[in-house]
Write a protein that binds this ligand. Structure first.
Ligand SMILES: NC(=O)c1ccc[n+]([C@@H]2O[C@H](COP(=O)([O-])OP(=O)(O)OC[C@H]3O[C@@H](n4cnc5c(N)ncnc54)[C@H](OP(=O)(O)O)[C@@H]3O)[C@@H](O)[C@H]2O)c1
Length: 254
Protein backbone atom coordinates (compact mmCIF):
# COMPACT_ATOMS: atom_id res chain seq x y z
CA UNK A 1 0.00 0.00 0.00
CA UNK A 2 2.65 2.49 1.03
CA UNK A 3 4.56 2.21 -2.24
CA UNK A 4 1.41 2.27 -4.40
CA UNK A 5 -0.91 5.07 -5.43
CA UNK A 6 -2.63 7.38 -2.99
CA UNK A 7 -5.73 5.49 -1.81
CA UNK A 8 -9.08 6.74 -0.54
CA UNK A 9 -9.26 5.40 3.01
CA UNK A 10 -12.33 5.50 5.27
CA UNK A 11 -11.55 5.22 8.98
CA UNK A 12 -14.57 4.94 11.26
CA UNK A 13 -13.83 6.06 14.80
CA UNK A 14 -11.04 8.13 13.24
CA UNK A 15 -11.41 11.01 15.69
CA UNK A 16 -9.87 9.29 18.72
CA UNK A 17 -7.73 6.45 20.00
CA UNK A 18 -6.94 3.61 17.61
CA UNK A 19 -8.84 5.11 14.67
CA UNK A 20 -6.99 8.42 15.02
CA UNK A 21 -3.64 6.57 15.08
CA UNK A 22 -4.62 4.60 11.96
CA UNK A 23 -5.70 7.82 10.22
CA UNK A 24 -2.39 9.50 11.09
CA UNK A 25 -0.43 6.50 9.83
CA UNK A 26 -2.33 6.40 6.51
CA UNK A 27 -2.09 10.16 6.03
CA UNK A 28 1.64 10.12 6.72
CA UNK A 29 1.99 7.39 4.07
CA UNK A 30 0.36 9.74 1.52
CA UNK A 31 -3.19 8.44 1.43
CA UNK A 32 -6.42 10.47 1.49
CA UNK A 33 -8.25 9.84 4.72
CA UNK A 34 -11.94 10.09 5.59
CA UNK A 35 -12.70 10.33 9.31
CA UNK A 36 -16.15 9.29 10.55
CA UNK A 37 -17.51 9.57 14.10
CA UNK A 38 -20.29 11.45 15.93
CA UNK A 39 -18.59 14.48 17.50
CA UNK A 40 -17.79 17.08 14.78
CA UNK A 41 -15.34 19.00 17.00
CA UNK A 42 -13.27 15.90 17.76
CA UNK A 43 -13.33 15.02 14.04
CA UNK A 44 -12.13 18.50 13.07
CA UNK A 45 -9.36 18.40 15.64
CA UNK A 46 -8.17 14.95 14.47
CA UNK A 47 -8.28 16.09 10.84
CA UNK A 48 -6.16 19.18 11.65
CA UNK A 49 -3.45 16.88 13.02
CA UNK A 50 -3.12 14.98 9.73
CA UNK A 51 -0.35 15.95 7.30
CA UNK A 52 -2.38 15.14 4.15
CA UNK A 53 -5.86 15.64 2.65
CA UNK A 54 -8.79 14.61 4.81
CA UNK A 55 -12.56 14.64 4.86
CA UNK A 56 -14.68 14.50 8.01
CA UNK A 57 -18.14 12.95 8.09
CA UNK A 58 -20.07 13.35 11.36
CA UNK A 59 -22.34 10.34 11.60
CA UNK A 60 -23.80 8.01 14.22
CA UNK A 61 -22.88 4.62 12.81
CA UNK A 62 -25.69 2.89 14.68
CA UNK A 63 -28.24 4.69 12.48
CA UNK A 64 -29.60 2.37 9.75
CA UNK A 65 -28.70 4.81 6.95
CA UNK A 66 -25.25 5.73 8.33
CA UNK A 67 -23.19 3.63 5.92
CA UNK A 68 -25.06 5.10 2.96
CA UNK A 69 -24.54 8.63 4.31
CA UNK A 70 -20.82 8.01 4.86
CA UNK A 71 -19.89 6.21 1.65
CA UNK A 72 -22.24 8.34 -0.46
CA UNK A 73 -20.48 11.47 0.80
CA UNK A 74 -17.03 9.96 0.09
CA UNK A 75 -18.08 9.04 -3.46
CA UNK A 76 -19.49 12.51 -4.07
CA UNK A 77 -16.32 14.25 -2.83
CA UNK A 78 -13.48 11.93 -3.86
CA UNK A 79 -14.78 8.70 -5.43
CA UNK A 80 -15.29 5.16 -4.14
CA UNK A 81 -13.56 4.08 -0.93
CA UNK A 82 -10.62 1.75 -1.58
CA UNK A 83 -9.74 1.06 2.06
CA UNK A 84 -12.08 0.69 5.04
CA UNK A 85 -10.77 0.53 8.59
CA UNK A 86 -13.75 0.04 10.91
CA UNK A 87 -12.48 1.20 14.30
CA UNK A 88 -15.58 2.85 15.78
CA UNK A 89 -16.72 0.97 18.84
CA UNK A 90 -17.19 1.05 22.58
CA UNK A 91 -17.48 -1.36 25.47
CA UNK A 92 -19.95 -1.65 28.30
CA UNK A 93 -19.63 -3.71 31.40
CA UNK A 94 -22.36 -5.57 33.32
CA UNK A 95 -22.95 -8.96 34.87
CA UNK A 96 -24.68 -11.26 32.40
CA UNK A 97 -27.75 -11.46 34.62
CA UNK A 98 -27.88 -7.67 34.74
CA UNK A 99 -27.38 -7.17 31.00
CA UNK A 100 -30.67 -5.68 29.80
CA UNK A 101 -31.99 -5.86 26.26
CA UNK A 102 -31.09 -2.22 25.69
CA UNK A 103 -27.41 -2.69 26.56
CA UNK A 104 -27.28 -5.91 24.55
CA UNK A 105 -28.81 -4.29 21.48
CA UNK A 106 -26.66 -1.15 21.75
CA UNK A 107 -23.47 -3.22 21.91
CA UNK A 108 -24.47 -5.34 18.91
CA UNK A 109 -25.59 -2.27 16.95
CA UNK A 110 -22.28 -0.45 17.40
CA UNK A 111 -19.73 -3.27 17.44
CA UNK A 112 -21.32 -5.74 14.99
CA UNK A 113 -24.15 -4.32 12.87
CA UNK A 114 -22.36 -1.03 12.09
CA UNK A 115 -19.20 -2.77 10.75
CA UNK A 116 -21.45 -5.18 8.82
CA UNK A 117 -23.28 -2.31 7.11
CA UNK A 118 -20.00 -0.53 6.30
CA UNK A 119 -18.45 -3.70 4.84
CA UNK A 120 -21.61 -4.38 2.82
CA UNK A 121 -21.66 -0.83 1.45
CA UNK A 122 -17.89 -0.68 0.74
CA UNK A 123 -17.47 -4.01 -1.03
CA UNK A 124 -19.21 -3.57 -4.43
CA UNK A 125 -16.91 -0.78 -5.67
CA UNK A 126 -13.84 -2.60 -4.33
CA UNK A 127 -14.88 -5.78 -6.18
CA UNK A 128 -15.55 -3.71 -9.30
CA UNK A 129 -12.04 -2.24 -9.10
CA UNK A 130 -10.56 -5.67 -8.28
CA UNK A 131 -8.68 -4.06 -5.38
CA UNK A 132 -9.72 -3.21 -1.87
CA UNK A 133 -8.71 -3.57 1.76
CA UNK A 134 -10.94 -3.90 4.80
CA UNK A 135 -9.78 -4.15 8.41
CA UNK A 136 -12.22 -4.36 11.31
CA UNK A 137 -10.85 -3.46 14.73
CA UNK A 138 -12.27 -6.15 17.00
CA UNK A 139 -10.59 -7.13 20.31
CA UNK A 140 -9.11 -10.05 22.19
CA UNK A 141 -12.78 -10.26 23.23
CA UNK A 142 -13.36 -11.60 19.70
CA UNK A 143 -11.36 -14.69 20.67
CA UNK A 144 -11.80 -15.35 24.40
CA UNK A 145 -14.51 -14.78 26.97
CA UNK A 146 -14.12 -12.63 30.08
CA UNK A 147 -16.49 -11.84 32.95
CA UNK A 148 -18.91 -8.88 32.90
CA UNK A 149 -18.61 -8.12 29.16
CA UNK A 150 -21.01 -10.62 27.59
CA UNK A 151 -22.61 -8.20 25.11
CA UNK A 152 -19.28 -6.68 24.01
CA UNK A 153 -17.71 -10.16 23.73
CA UNK A 154 -20.62 -11.54 21.71
CA UNK A 155 -20.51 -8.54 19.38
CA UNK A 156 -16.73 -8.77 18.89
CA UNK A 157 -16.89 -12.56 18.29
CA UNK A 158 -19.60 -11.76 15.73
CA UNK A 159 -17.43 -9.12 14.07
CA UNK A 160 -14.58 -11.63 13.68
CA UNK A 161 -17.09 -14.08 12.20
CA UNK A 162 -18.21 -11.38 9.76
CA UNK A 163 -14.58 -10.81 8.75
CA UNK A 164 -13.92 -14.51 8.20
CA UNK A 165 -17.07 -15.03 6.13
CA UNK A 166 -16.44 -11.90 4.05
CA UNK A 167 -12.82 -12.92 3.46
CA UNK A 168 -13.89 -16.36 2.23
CA UNK A 169 -16.42 -14.76 -0.10
CA UNK A 170 -13.97 -12.28 -1.69
CA UNK A 171 -10.84 -14.47 -1.74
CA UNK A 172 -9.07 -14.16 -5.07
CA UNK A 173 -10.80 -10.95 -6.14
CA UNK A 174 -8.04 -8.51 -5.14
CA UNK A 175 -9.98 -7.56 -2.01
CA UNK A 176 -8.98 -8.69 1.48
CA UNK A 177 -10.88 -8.56 4.77
CA UNK A 178 -9.08 -8.93 8.10
CA UNK A 179 -9.33 -8.00 11.76
CA UNK A 180 -7.00 -6.75 14.46
CA UNK A 181 -7.71 -7.99 17.98
CA UNK A 182 -6.06 -5.71 20.54
CA UNK A 183 -5.66 -6.15 24.28
CA UNK A 184 -5.95 -3.00 26.45
CA UNK A 185 -4.80 0.00 24.39
CA UNK A 186 -3.92 3.43 25.80
CA UNK A 187 -6.92 5.37 24.44
CA UNK A 188 -9.90 7.37 25.74
CA UNK A 189 -11.89 4.10 25.83
CA UNK A 190 -9.40 2.65 28.31
CA UNK A 191 -9.50 5.94 30.28
CA UNK A 192 -13.24 5.28 30.65
CA UNK A 193 -12.54 1.71 31.80
CA UNK A 194 -10.09 3.08 34.39
CA UNK A 195 -12.73 5.53 35.62
CA UNK A 196 -15.27 2.70 35.89
CA UNK A 197 -12.84 0.58 37.95
CA UNK A 198 -12.15 3.53 40.24
CA UNK A 199 -15.88 4.11 40.74
CA UNK A 200 -16.64 0.42 41.33
CA UNK A 201 -13.68 -0.65 43.49
CA UNK A 202 -12.44 2.47 45.27
CA UNK A 203 -8.93 1.90 43.89
CA UNK A 204 -7.13 5.03 42.75
CA UNK A 205 -6.52 5.78 39.10
CA UNK A 206 -2.87 4.67 39.07
CA UNK A 207 -3.79 1.32 40.64
CA UNK A 208 -6.62 0.80 38.16
CA UNK A 209 -4.38 1.66 35.22
CA UNK A 210 -1.64 -0.65 36.52
CA UNK A 211 -4.16 -3.50 36.81
CA UNK A 212 -5.10 -3.05 33.14
CA UNK A 213 -1.42 -2.84 32.17
CA UNK A 214 -0.81 -6.20 33.87
CA UNK A 215 -3.45 -7.82 31.66
CA UNK A 216 -0.84 -7.78 28.88
CA UNK A 217 2.13 -10.14 29.51
CA UNK A 218 4.43 -7.26 28.48
CA UNK A 219 3.17 -5.40 31.56
CA UNK A 220 1.91 -2.28 29.82
CA UNK A 221 -0.92 -0.99 27.73
CA UNK A 222 -0.63 -1.38 23.96
CA UNK A 223 0.07 1.91 22.17
CA UNK A 224 -2.44 2.97 19.48
CA UNK A 225 0.48 3.33 17.05
CA UNK A 226 1.31 -0.35 17.56
CA UNK A 227 -2.21 -1.30 16.48
CA UNK A 228 -1.92 1.08 13.51
CA UNK A 229 1.30 -0.68 12.45
CA UNK A 230 -0.51 -4.04 12.39
CA UNK A 231 -3.39 -2.50 10.43
CA UNK A 232 -0.82 -1.22 7.91
CA UNK A 233 0.62 -4.74 7.55
CA UNK A 234 -2.87 -6.08 6.80
CA UNK A 235 -3.41 -3.35 4.22
CA UNK A 236 -0.09 -4.06 2.52
CA UNK A 237 -0.10 -7.85 2.26
CA UNK A 238 -2.53 -9.45 -0.20
CA UNK A 239 -1.60 -12.88 1.17
CA UNK A 240 -3.22 -11.98 4.51
CA UNK A 241 -6.96 -12.58 4.27
CA UNK A 242 -9.53 -13.70 6.83
CA UNK A 243 -7.12 -13.24 9.74
CA UNK A 244 -7.66 -11.80 13.18
CA UNK A 245 -4.25 -10.64 14.35
CA UNK A 246 -4.02 -10.42 18.12
CA UNK A 247 -2.09 -7.39 19.41
CA UNK A 248 -1.86 -7.95 23.16
CA UNK A 249 1.76 -8.63 24.02
CA UNK A 250 1.31 -12.39 23.96
CA UNK A 251 -1.67 -13.10 26.21
CA UNK A 252 -4.02 -14.76 23.75
CA UNK A 253 -2.28 -17.24 21.46
CA UNK A 254 -4.31 -18.03 18.35
N1 LIG B 1 -9.00 0.69 23.95
C1 LIG B 1 -8.90 -0.61 24.08
O1 LIG B 1 -8.33 -1.11 25.05
C2 LIG B 1 -9.45 -1.54 23.03
C3 LIG B 1 -9.10 -2.89 23.09
C4 LIG B 1 -9.59 -3.76 22.14
C5 LIG B 1 -10.42 -3.31 21.13
N2 LIG B 1 -10.74 -1.99 21.09
C6 LIG B 1 -11.64 -1.57 20.00
O2 LIG B 1 -10.96 -0.62 19.21
C7 LIG B 1 -11.90 0.29 18.65
C8 LIG B 1 -11.47 1.71 18.94
O3 LIG B 1 -11.38 1.85 20.35
P1 LIG B 1 -10.62 3.08 21.02
O4 LIG B 1 -9.98 2.55 22.23
O5 LIG B 1 -9.84 3.81 20.01
O6 LIG B 1 -11.92 3.91 21.48
P2 LIG B 1 -12.09 5.49 21.67
O7 LIG B 1 -10.80 6.11 21.98
O8 LIG B 1 -13.22 5.64 22.63
O9 LIG B 1 -12.57 5.96 20.22
C9 LIG B 1 -13.78 5.44 19.69
C10 LIG B 1 -14.09 6.09 18.38
O10 LIG B 1 -15.32 5.57 17.89
C11 LIG B 1 -16.24 6.63 17.68
N3 LIG B 1 -17.59 6.18 17.93
C12 LIG B 1 -18.10 5.67 19.08
N4 LIG B 1 -19.41 5.43 18.94
C13 LIG B 1 -19.76 5.81 17.69
C14 LIG B 1 -20.97 5.85 16.97
N5 LIG B 1 -22.14 5.43 17.49
N6 LIG B 1 -20.95 6.30 15.68
C15 LIG B 1 -19.81 6.74 15.13
N7 LIG B 1 -18.62 6.73 15.77
C16 LIG B 1 -18.60 6.28 17.03
C17 LIG B 1 -15.79 7.73 18.66
O11 LIG B 1 -16.19 9.03 18.31
P3 LIG B 1 -17.57 9.69 18.85
O12 LIG B 1 -17.69 9.29 20.29
O13 LIG B 1 -17.42 11.15 18.62
O14 LIG B 1 -18.66 9.09 18.00
C18 LIG B 1 -14.27 7.59 18.51
O15 LIG B 1 -13.83 8.21 17.32
C19 LIG B 1 -13.27 -0.09 19.24
O16 LIG B 1 -13.96 -0.89 18.31
C20 LIG B 1 -12.90 -0.90 20.46
O17 LIG B 1 -13.91 -1.84 20.79
C21 LIG B 1 -10.28 -1.08 22.00
Amino acid sequence: MSAGPSRICVVTGGSKGIGAAVAADLSTAGHRVVLAARDPDALASAARALPGPSLTVPVDLTAPDAAETLFGRVEAEWGPAEVLVAAAGAGASARLTETGDELWEQQLALNLTAPFRCVRRALPSMLGARWGRIVVVTSVAAKVGAPYVAAYTAAKHGALGLVRAAAAEVAGTGVTVNAVCPGYVDTPMTDATVAAIVARTGRDEAQARAALARMQPIGRLIRPEEVAAVVRLLLEQEALNGQGLTVDGGGVQS
